[in-house]
Design a protein around this ligand. Structure first.
Ligand code: TMP
Ligand code: ASP
Length: 253
C-alpha cells in the first residue's frame, strides 16, 4: 500500500498530505518535550488525549464564530485540517503570572495580572523561540500591522472562550499559547487558529486546590501527565465513556 506523504514532523505532531488539495492530516504523537527539547519522553496516550481535547476546543471556537483550521477528527490520533500558512509566532496570552513571565519579572506564580497580557515569541527552535517585541514582527515582515492587530483581537477572544469553558469545570486558565495561520479564499486572506489547543500549550490549575493539570506536570516531574490530561478531559466530558484511553490505537484509515 502506498504510504501517504509526510509533509512535516514536529516535536509533538506530524503532518501528512490530506485527501483533498488544501487539506492536511494532523497526527498527534505521544512524544513530550520541554525546555526546547532538552527534556524528552514518550507518554503513552498523550497524543490520543490531545487529539480529543484540541478537537473539543477548536469546535467550541468555531461554534462561537472564531475560525480555526480544524475540519474533523478522523480517528484516535488524527484530525483533518485546512492547510494554512503559519505565521511564525507563538501567541501567548497570560491571565496570571507563571512560567517565563514569573521568572523574568520575579513575580510569584499565580498572581493575577492587571489585565490579560499578550506576548509573542518568534518560532525558531534553534534560537529557543525568543520573545520578540511587536516592532520586530512588523520590521522583519513576519506579519503586517493589520494582521498583528487581528491576531491580538483573536487571542483575546480565544482567551475569553477558554477561560469561561475552563472555569465552568473548576479550572483556572493561567496562560496559553496559540498559533495563527493564513488561509486564502480567492483574493481574500483570513486568519485562523491553527496548530493545537491542549494541556501541552496551556497552564491549567484546579480552582480549589491549585493542582496543575498541564504540561508543567512533565516539565517539573510533579506527577502523571496522562492522569492530569485525563482529568481535564473527564471534566469537559471529552473522554470516551469507559474513561480509558487506548494508547495503542494509532491510525485507522
Ligand atoms: P512560558 O511561561 O514558558 O513562556 O509559557 C507560556 C505558555 O505557552 C504556557 O501556557 C505554555 C505555552 N508554551 C508552549 O505552548 N510552547 C512552548 O514552547 C513554550 C515555551 C510555552
Ligand atoms: N514546547 C517546547 C519544547 O518542546 C517547550 C515547552 O513546552 O516547555 O521544548
Amino acid at each position: 500500500m502506498a504510504r501517504r506523504k509526510k509533509i512535516y514532523e514536529g516535536k509533538a505532531k506530524a503532518l501528512y498530505e490530506g485527501p483533498e488539495p488544501g487539506t492536511l492530516v494532523q497526527y498527534f504523537k505521544d512524544d513530550a518535550t520541554a525546555f526546547n527539547a532538552e527534556k524528552k519522553s514518550v507518554i503513552e496516550g498523550k497524543g490520543v488525549l490531545n487529539n480529543r481535547l484540541s478537537e473539543f476546543f477548536m469546535t467550541g471556537l468555531s461554534n462561537i464564530g472564531i475560525p480555526t483550521h480544524f475540519i474533523k477528527r478522523l480517528n484516535m490520533r488524527e484530525q483533518l485540517i485546512r492547510q494554512c500558512e503559519i505565521i511564525p509566532l507563538e501567541v501567548i496570552v497570560r491571565n496570571f503570572a507563571a512560567g517565563s513571565m514569573a521568572k523574568r519579572l520575579g513575580l510569584e506564580e499565580g498572581v493575577q495580572l492587571p489585565r490579560p497580557i499578550i506576548e509573542f515569541s518568534y518560532k525558531d527552535d534553534a534560537l529557543g523561540d525568543p520573545l520578540v517585541p511587536e516592532e520586530y514582527i512588523i520590521a522583519f515582515g513576519w506579519a503586517s500591522q493589520q494582521e498583528l492587530d487581528d491576531v491580538i483581537a483573536l487571542g483575546l477572544r480565544v482567551n475569553d472562550y477558554l477561560s469561561g469553558v475552563m472555569y465552568g469545570v473548576g479550572i483556572k486558565l493561567i496562560d496559553f499559547k496559540i498559533e495563527i495561520g493564513r488561509i486564502w479564499e480567492g483574493d481574500f486572506m483570513r486568519l485562523v487558529v491553527a496548530d493545537e489547543i491542549s494541556p501541552d500549550s496551556c497552564r491549567l490549575w484546579d480552582v480549589e486546590s491549585g493542582k496543575k493539570l498541564d504540561k508543567d506536570v512533565f516539565r517539573h516531574d510533579i506527577g502523571s501527565l496522562t492522569d492530569a490530561y485525563s482529568e481535564v478531559a473527564h471534566r469537559l466530558g471529552v473522554l470516551p465513556s469507559n474513561g480509558k484511553i487506548d494508547a495503542n490505537i494509532t491510525q485507522i484509515n
